[in-house]
Design a protein around this ligand. Structure first.
Ligand code: Z5A
Length: 211
């Protein structure tokens, strides 16, 4: 079976980390053991630095512009894709990604309202035709998302945004998922057990279609 790139998307606390372990367990059952987990932004030394810059909110009150934010996440992504994801796929290793480019469309496109055309153009220039083979979008209400991240501890710069910001992100996720056959939407407001069953019901038949 050719190696694939599976991305997991959703608001914070949607269960992406939890779900990536579920996906890995299913892959193991199919005898697939060469797997790496990536996260965005992050996953290379430079990308991890950029992640810290993105989440930090102590710039002596300097405002991070929406475009600067987009360029930071895009720079982290291209480093990860070129130095980690593509080489892994080339040597037959499967990749499970905690977020990918859909996050930029949702957060910077939906949340920050940067134009779809601009984000698409940036993607084309930096990544070409590279996209995940399959994306699981864990749909969660902003209220439940906030509750889960608040329980976890201190909020980062983006998590401190108002609820309305996350509603715009969710709406963008839902709209894109509706128009893209490679994105599967899962109701992640429910229990972990129910989400796990949905993931199994998506991944198992999909794996059987791969030569
Ligand atoms: N960002 C961006 O703006 N643009 C981009 O292009 C990219 C990223 C790539 C990355 O944050 C930030 O970068 C993010 C978007 C921005 N901004 N914010 N804010 P991150 O990586 O630190 O955070 P995250 O990606 O949102 O992940 P997370 O907060 O760690 O959440 P998660 O991985 O989706 O969830 P989890 O860790 O699996 O679960 C969270 C908790 O909920 C945990 O206690 C679980 O046990 C619990 N949980 C999970 N599922 C359930 C269910 N179903 N029921 C009950 N409890 C559950």
């Amino acid at each position: 079976m050719n190696s694939k790139f599976i991305a997991i998307e959703g608001l914070e606390g949607a269960g992406k980390t939890t779900s990536s372990l579920v996906v890995a367990t299913i892959l193991h059952e199919y005898g697939i053991h060469n797997i790496i987990h990536t996260r965005e932004p992050g996953g290379t030394p430079l990308s991890e630095k950029l992640r810290q810059l993105l989440k930090n909110d102590t710039y002596h009150k300097e405002k991070i512009t929406h475009y600067a934010e987009l360029f930071v996440v895009s720079a982290a992504r291209v480093q990860l894709v070129e130095n980690v994801i593509k080489p892994a796929l080339a040597r037959g290793t499967w990749v499970i990604g905690d977020r990918h480019e859909l996050s930029s469309q949702a957060y910077q496109g939906g949340g920050r309202e940067i134009s779809h055309d601009f984000i698409r153009c940036l993607r084309k220039e930096t990544l070409g035709n590279f996209t995940p083979d399959l994306t699981l979008y864990l749909d969660i209400s902003p209220e439940i998302s906030l509750q889960r991240v608040t329980e976890r501890g201190q909020l980062d710069r983006i998590e401190k945004e108002p609820l309305h910001f996350f509603t715009k992100i969710r709406n963008k996720y839902l709209a894109i998922a509706k128009s893209d056959m490679t994105i599967y939407t899962i109701d992640a407001n429910r229990s972990k057990e129910k989400v796990k069953t949905d993931i199994e019901n998506i991944i198992n038949p999909w794996l059987r279609t791969i030569p």
